[in-house]
Design a protein. Structure first.
Length: 120
């Protein structure tokens, strides 16, 4: 082996040894760093399962699911505007309560109804 190859081999070995000694030091710092994340706590929902399913059914009935295109925006599409208006009409009308009942929910406990008609 000539001097140049020996030097390269020693340099590579020293670099690897240094990297292996430095790695634990970097790994030890990571868990203690705070990147602004907070511990999230599960919160009870104010919306029942029947309400969620009813909302999804009306979303589909209005045709909004046809505009679920991922990253592309449908906001400028006239068909989307019509479907959104139909969804809002269904969602604020008696159809929503009928769907909640169909999924086994109690229409008296619907979150949007409680907000509009508070118990006296």
């Amino acid at each position: 082996m000539n001097k140049q190859n020996t030097f390269r081999t020693l340099l590579a070995a020293a670099t690897m040894a240094g990297a292996s000694l430095a790695a634990p030091a970097f790994a030890a710092d990571a868990p203690s760093e705070n990147w602004g994340a907070t511990n999230l706590q599960a919160q009870p929902s104010s919306v029942s399962r029947a309400e969620v399913l009813a909302d999804l059914a009306l979303y589909r009935r209005a045709g909004l699911d046809a505009f679920d295109t991922g990253e592309a925006s449908s906001l400028g599409n006239p068909g989307y505007a019509r479907a959104l208006a139909e969804y809002q009409r269904l969602r604020s009308g008696p159809e929503y309560l009928a769907e909640v009942r169909r999924y086994g929910g109690d229409a008296r406990t619907v979150a949007s109804e409680r907000a509009q008609n508070p118990v006296r």
